[in-house]
Write a protein that binds this ligand. Structure first.
Ligand SMILES: [Zn+2]
Length: 484
């Protein structure tokens, strides 16, 4: 398709005369210019060679926009958004993310993070901690599709209550929604085979990527994202198992936050105005959550009307080192969804029964949790989460060979290690490693080479000399294994 010449305004008229003064030459094929929908384009091509030779083409054009196809210009447009750090505090996760090379954002994907290698390392470690803890608590793990038929969202009720937040797409003339939540997909997995009361409680987790249309804030960093990983889990159980299941989740969440040195308080949110399910069911659900909180002597806050549309919930608000609170974990009781999806299990009486369902998340959004954690720790992450755990520095150029050998040993042992063998001063190299908040800095000089030892500087501590390589390896491996 030909693009209209410079200075040519397709919206100004339905008839366009293209002649040589517009530097358009006669072409053997009809030339198409673009015009708004509904316009008929009449092309009069003047061929000056045969004096007055006129060709008239009448064409009905579809919707047309003169598309910018200059890659250089487009690249300048998408490279525009730069993080303005002037109004941000030093511990802002957006600054830390840039300084420590963890992640970035682009105008091409508003509210969606681009994880760099080091940021992804933190993400993967958090996920592997999640997997270990959930496996210990007898959770299965599943993974469900990203794009699901509109019918599913109509069944789940998300279409009615949440439609404006769902990204839509079409495929083979069917309407699909990009999942804003994992639950409906999870319910199809439950329904894929008959269930017996002996299989309950059934605990199923999914680290699902979800997309939600929110006001896009490219520069709000990880705190306002459109695409995120929800560390979801669903528990299907019998009514009489509910209390003990809620207690089990509370213990799991408690364990998680202790690991990160985060304290929290709980809030109970009750029935909102927009909801599904009968009042009788809501009465029952709210009472169970209340009982659990009271039996644990939780000093909880009551939020009337703040529950999810399908059930009441307990939210966990963590407190960071700056005294701010963040709602991360949640436990939501749900009597409605199993009803909508007609979930059943065969009871001891051989009859069909309806399971009750609990939705829970621990991190909430893994991405947002990384943001909270970075600001809470000012980027000083524990050894197990640090993208680089050890930095090896050569004292002089003479020590490079030995330093490289030690670097390889550490890497072979699974320790995330980097080397700094440039020819600047040791002080400069140590300072750079400290700015990168690396937990251990190891300097190799002549003395270390001769004695086969290490000079180890643990973050925030005085250097230790004459440390045996094996001793250090054992110590750091234990720290990583125990997630310290
Ligand atoms: Zn759910």
């Amino acid at each position: 398709m030909m693009v209209a010449p410079r200075g040519f305004e397709p919206r100004s008229a339905g008839v366009f005369i293209l002649c040589q003064s517009f530097s358009i030459r006669y072409q053997s094929r009809p030339c198409l210019a673009t015009a708004p929908r509904g316009y008929s384009l009449i092309f009069i091509l003047l061929n000056y060679l045969s004096n007055i030779y006129v060709n008239i083409y009448v064409m009905d054009m579809p919707e047309t926009i003169i598309e910018e196809t200059d890659p250089k210009k487009l690249l300048r447009q998408i490279s525009k958004s730069k993080l303005d750090t002037s109004k941000l505090k030093d511990n802002d996760h957006r600054i830390l993310g840039q300084k420590l090379d963890l992640f970035s954002f682009s105008e091409t994907a508003p509210g969606m993070v681009f994880f760099h290698d080091k940021g992804l390392t933190i993400y993967n470690e958090l996920i592997s901690f999640w997997r270990d803890e959930h496996k210990k608590a007898n959770y299965q793990e599943i993974s469900t599709p990203q794009i699901l038929d509109k019918k599913l969202w109509l069944i789940s009720g998300h279409w009615e209550k949440f439609k404006e937040n769902i990204f839509l797409t079409k495929y083979e003339d069917r309407e699909f929604g990009i999942k804003p939540m994992n639950c409906p997909g999870g319910m199809l997995v439950y329904k894929s085979s008959p269930k017996s009361y002996k299989q309950l409680p059934m605990r199923v987790g999914e680290l699902g990527i979800v997309h939600r249309q929110e006001l896009s804030g490219v520069l709000a960093g990880l705190f306002r994202v459109v695409r995120f990983t929800q560390d979801d889990a669903h528990i299907y159980c019998m009514e009489e198992q509910l209390e003990s299941e809620v207690i089990g989740i509370m213990n799991l969440i408690d364990n998680f936050y202790k690991k990160f040195g985060l304290t929290y308080h709980t809030e109970l949110s009750t029935r909102p105005e927009k909801r599904i399910g009968s009042d009788e069911i809501w009465d029952k659900a709210e009472k169970i959550l209340k009982n659990v909180l009271e039996s644990r002597n939780e000093d909880y806050k009551l939020n009337p009307g703040d529950g999810a549309f399908y059930g009441p919930k307990i939210d966990f608000h963590i407190k960071d080192s700056l005294g701010r609170t963040w709602q991360c974990a949640t436990i939501q009781l749900d009597f409605a969804m199993p009803e909508r999806f007609e979930l059943t299990y065969t009871g001891a009486d051989n009859e069909d029964h309806r399971p009750v369902m609990l939705h829970t998340v621990t991190y909430g959004s893994v991405e947002r949790f990384i943001g909270v954690l970075l600001e809470h720790t000012n980027g000083v992450l524990p050894v197990w989460l640090s993208p680089v755990q050890v930095k090896i520095i050569s004292f002089t150029d003479k020590n490079i060979e030995t330093s490289k050998r030690i670097l390889k040993t550490f890497k072979d042992e699974g320790i995330r290690t980097e080397g700094d063998f440039v020819s600047s001063t040791v002080n400069d190299k140590v300072r750079n490693a400290e700015l990168s908040k690396i937990p251990y800095i190891i300097v190799i000089g002549d003395k270390e080479e001769v004695n086969s030892t290490l000079a180890v500087r643990a973050r925030g501590k005085k250097p230790q000399f004459g440390v045996k390589i094996d001793d250090f390896l054992e110590q750091i491996k234990t720290e990583i294994k125990e997630r310290k």
